[in-house]
Design a binder for this molecule. Sequence first.
Ligand code: CO8
Length: 258
Amino acid sequence: MSDYENILVEVTGRVALITLNRPKALNALNEALMNEVIRAAESFDRDPAVGVIVITGSERAFAAGADIREMASQSYQDVYLADWFAAWDRFAAVRKPIIAAVAGYALGGGCELAMLCDIVFAADTASFGQPEINLGVIPGIGGSQRLTRAIGKAKAMDLILTGRSIGAAEAESWGVVARVIPADRLLAETLAVAKTISEKSLPVLIAAKEAVNRAFESSLAEGVRFERRSFHAAFALDDQKEGMAAFLEKRQPAFQHR
Ligand code: CO8
């Protein structure tokens, strides 16, 4: 039995699905929900039976942001001492690939949660925005940083200073979203992609994710050096032998370290 109250979790094959489930508040991220998402992601990261994690919400809302009701009366002292949102660093440290399947609202913390994932697929109904400015605050789980890296300063300033939302097509053309999918097929197509990814070699997936993320944390020369060493290290894996042998033998690879 699940010990989560604000999310649903399900594992099919090697794909773990986390569904945000606070429908009354459009999946607003209260502390309990945030802790459960982070705990579930960490536990799937440790689970050798899982290769890929998918996070989704409802048709109406991926998540409408941090819970405004919960935040409204907090003081600076409260949020500073509790170091609000620092726990999301643990989510960012998950090594396995995480895919967000976003339908409906992805606002504030919801947009930031999507951007914390490695790939974002959006339903044609999705909308993305950082409306914190309208509440007298600014993004709090990396929105000002990840959005700027994803879409550049001009567009990030436009969204963060006005608080306006953009639709799925714009989010795709701006580079927040990898693919736009009709809403009724969003989850099925995302899970199919997750299954494809989960059949690759797990240590190589982790190395690939680590290498791409290096691009955000280092100079080009450092990043390329890091990639080259990781490429060399892949030759220590049985899966490199298997992958290349399978190609030469004209068959599908059967990776051990899934
Ligand atoms: N917090 C708490 N409750 C919410 C939130 C929220 N963010 N969003 C919606 N709800 C609740 C509403 O209060 C309402 O509850 P009730 O029925 O009890 O009144 C219910 O969900 C349904 O919402 P609406 O009636 O407003 O539905 P509409 O379809 O009319 O509007 C909107 C949908 C446009 C999404 C609207 O609800 C809205 O603007 N929501 C707030 C969006 C927002 O400002 N988000 C940013 C929050 S601040 C933030 O995220 C800070 C980030 C810092 C880090 C985050 C870490 C996770």
